[in-house]
Design a protein around this ligand. Sequence first.
Ligand SMILES: *[C@@H]1O[C@H](CO)[C@@H](O)[C@H](O)[C@H]1NC(C)=O
Ligand SMILES: *[C@@H]1O[C@H](CO)[C@@H](O)[C@H](O)[C@H]1NC(C)=O
Ligand SMILES: *[C@@H]1O[C@H](CO)[C@@H](O)[C@H](O)[C@H]1NC(C)=O
Ligand SMILES: *[C@@H]1O[C@H](CO)[C@@H](O)[C@H](O)[C@H]1NC(C)=O
Ligand SMILES: *[C@@H]1O[C@H](CO)[C@@H](O)[C@H](O)[C@H]1NC(C)=O
Ligand SMILES: *[C@@H]1O[C@H](CO)[C@@H](O)[C@H](O)[C@H]1NC(C)=O
Ligand SMILES: *[C@@H]1O[C@H](CO)[C@@H](O)[C@H](O)[C@H]1NC(C)=O
Ligand SMILES: *[C@@H]1O[C@H](CO)[C@@H](O)[C@H](O)[C@H]1NC(C)=O
Ligand SMILES: [Ca+2]
Length: 825
Amino acid sequence: MSNDFRRIVLFFSLTLNVVLLISTATAQSCEGKCGEKLDTCSCQSTCGSLGTCCADVKQFCLDISPHSGSMLGGTDFILLNRVFHQSDTILCRFKASAETKGHVDAGGVGHCISPLLYETGWIPFEVLINGVTKGWGTWLSVHHSKLAPRFKITLVNATQWQYYGTPNTGGTLHMTWNSSLIYTDKVNVELWGYNETGEQYSESWTAEWQYLYSVRKAVPNTGAFSFVPNPAADPYWRWEMGSMRVSPSSDTDGRRDVNALWSGAHALAWHLEQAFRGDSARWATAKCLAWDATEERLPDFLSEVPDCPCTLVQARADTGRFHTDYGCDMEKGSKCTYHPGSVHCVRAIQASPKYGAGQQCCYDSTGAQVLTGDSTGGSTPDRGHDWGSPPYEKPPRIPGLSHWKYDVLSFYYCCLWSDNCQYYFKHRPSSDCRTYTPPQAGTVLGDPHFITFDGSAYTFNGRGEYYLLSSPDKGLFVQGRTEAVKLENGNLARATRLSSVAMRENSSDVIEVRLTARPNTLEVLRNQEVLSFAEQSWMDLQGVFVFSATAENVSVMFPSGAGVEVRAREATMTATVLLPLEFTNHTQGLLGRMNDDPEDDLISSDGQSFDASQSRPEDLFRFGSTWAISNETSLFTYDSPYLQDAYLSSPKHDPGFVPAFSLPETPGDPLLSDMLKMCFGNGVSFCKYDTLVTRSLRMGNATMRAFQSHAALTKDLTAVVSCGFLPAPARGEKEGWVYLDGAELTFSCPRGQVLFGSQQRTCQESGQWSGTATHCVSDNMQAIILGSVGAMTALVTLLAAITFYNRRLKREREEKRNETVTFTL
Ligand SMILES: *[C@@H]1O[C@H](CO)[C@@H](O)[C@H](O)[C@H]1NC(C)=O
Ligand SMILES: *[C@@H]1O[C@H](CO)[C@@H](O)[C@H](O)[C@H]1NC(C)=O
Ligand SMILES: *[C@@H]1O[C@H](CO)[C@@H](O)[C@H](O)[C@H]1NC(C)=O
Ligand SMILES: *[C@@H]1O[C@H](CO)[C@@H](O)[C@H](O)[C@H]1NC(C)=O
Ligand SMILES: *[C@@H]1O[C@H](CO)[C@@H](O)[C@H](O)[C@H]1NC(C)=O
Ligand SMILES: *[C@@H]1O[C@H](CO)[C@@H](O)[C@H](O)[C@H]1NC(C)=O
Ligand SMILES: *[C@@H]1O[C@H](CO)[C@@H](O)[C@H](O)[C@H]1NC(C)=O
Ligand SMILES: *[C@@H]1O[C@H](CO)[C@@H](O)[C@H](O)[C@H]1NC(C)=O
Ligand SMILES: [Ca+2]
């Protein structure tokens, strides 16, 4: 968008907000700008903070509340800024196939209901009043496991629900919900089922979400319900996964897209057929074998999923590509039901390109990977990425549900309801980390100090808007805005600080993260609109994910695997850019040229080289100024008179701002002694500079801490040599489960067997194991082998039968049944 245009848009935005308050006949302000199709229209700013909602000239944007809800639908939301007549009929059209009926309540407030959508993210919708389109809005469809608990039905003791019918189970099932989210006194409790039919990976592969039956009608809407399942009377026992629904009793049974709450999808053990009740292990074994046969003929997705980070610290630091798995999170007490022995798991953020598959990586308390080759608690990749993936809509890319169908139910068949986990692990083995390379991180902190991707550090106190990173080859741009630091006495310091970061990758939404006037609070904008994280902390946006669990931390994740972490600390802002190896030789800007060589980092936009440690501060200032952006390339939003004045109509690099180039250190300064105590180590000069130039120990301290956390991040991201997983020899034992540089594995064979090859193998710096492959051969067999060539065939057969999974840790599986089962694997 050109800047002139943005300014016009802004003008209209202000106008429109005023108009909306006094009248409903608005939207003339879009005229001439917004006649295009929804996806190309760029006049969203005319709609104030209302999201992406552009339309034809006679239409207008609607704000709604709440803005988000379960992808399964049923959330009742209010249409704001408009008065309705009791006789009005309301229809919301999300997609051609997803229309829901709204209503006008007694107070004249218009409501609509969100529909079932097989996708997550911002979904535009159209509102028809009395059959005529009168407005547009956007709805945020949220994956069930990312939905705040208060918006869903809780199945009390999920373990009981999902094991019901296996030995020593039974009793009454309980569920609870927030009764104020259903607007009636009486509710119906229903069961809905999910299935995927048709030929996998063909056009005919489709999702099916179906009403099964009513569990109980006209239950008082108290927020709690209990029942004893009666499978004998249940004609739908073929359905193996689904959700409970609570909806107003005034609606007919099984009506779609009515005001409703849902439980997470779960394994419907409690309603399965009599044969399951009779002998659940046998029933499950048959299912497991059938699944095994299906998997045998489905395409291999394993080669497409990325390898895991080698260590827990790498996994937690590589935030552009991996995100906490909520089913096993050390920040939430490491309740790792499906991964006993692990303390933390992460998931690959992006689904694999061709098959939409997902990766999971789990770690134990020593920080080592937990692999299915050693433990039933090992991480398992997924045929369907749990979060789904664009373009959604069809299996295996339907968020949550496809993953349940292909990766979770089968785990119940093979591992939980029967003892056949080897089949599961055959098709879902953990990945080790042989091909993993950590990303490289560059950062801006304090009064801005820069540490490049290759680790050179310098200070640049320009005031303006600059490229932190420009990568035209990869389509990734990260821009930073700096402003003069205010001293406690109100004067402006001769230093600047980062105040906003704006970014985009190819045609993704533009994301801007900026400081607000409130302390330690960041604000996120998407395509010039403020995005609220009050309802949801995770957002699936166009070509980018944004996560913000607290107002002081924002993570932005791009499909390339690049990540941007923004932190608000004391009145300053820290931005860290993480780039995967593929960006090598493809970066320029203030964070330097990434190529493992710190010497050539600082190249001005006109091709001159500077040296971070040798160049004079004045020269570095000149270097930095060349990376100023322009009106045409700016990704920032100028939505206040201050921003328009100071950044839009002013030069992008302020030539009038001359910073302090040297430490303003004067003997006898009362700050000195505290400062010297506080500033130490490699961050000492940044810490001193910031303390003195801002006359604030707090600022200096914040800089010191930001510097230290960057140093810690860099350390966590250090590459580690891996020699790759080695199994125990067939019938033998292995001691050790670490496969990284310096690790040792010791092998042994049972009595009556002789060990061939190396008894001990060490992972060498070269990435190769020392020694040779280990085999256990029985004494008799050895005699035969030595005497007979024909028996070689027998040996080969024997060695081929190397078992995939070590039963040593089988007992862990029994233990985990006693824990609460969560809903993602
Ligand atoms: C949950 O259900 C299981 C199986 O019915 C039972 O053994 C366990 O005691 C229950 N847990 C709680 C906390 O009620
Ligand atoms: C239930 O929902 C209402 C309306 O959204 C909300 O005000 C209330 O805090 C919720 N109660 C609980 C226990 O979450
Ligand atoms: C689910 O789909 C599969 C594959 O089309 C089919 O064989 C099975 O019968 C379906 N299950 C139900 C309960 O409809
Ligand atoms: C914000 O991120 C930092 C790491 O950069 C972390 O230490 C801190 O706990 C996070 N804050 C919150 C409230 O999650
Ligand atoms: C962005 O565009 C560039 C250049 O066309 C391309 O090489 C790159 O793969 C794209 N990035 C992503 C994540 O698709
Ligand atoms: C980066 O460029 C250098 C010099 O041209 C080359 O030697 C190196 O292989 C390149 N690295 C990558 C990862 O492309
Ligand atoms: C950038 O755009 C603003 C507003 O349209 C204008 O005032 C300013 O002169 C432009 N700057 C340049 C360098 O063109
Ligand atoms: C720096 O900040 C940390 C964390 O807030 C605090 O514990 C420490 O006392 C501070 N140090 C100084 C010298 O202010
Ligand atoms: Ca370099």
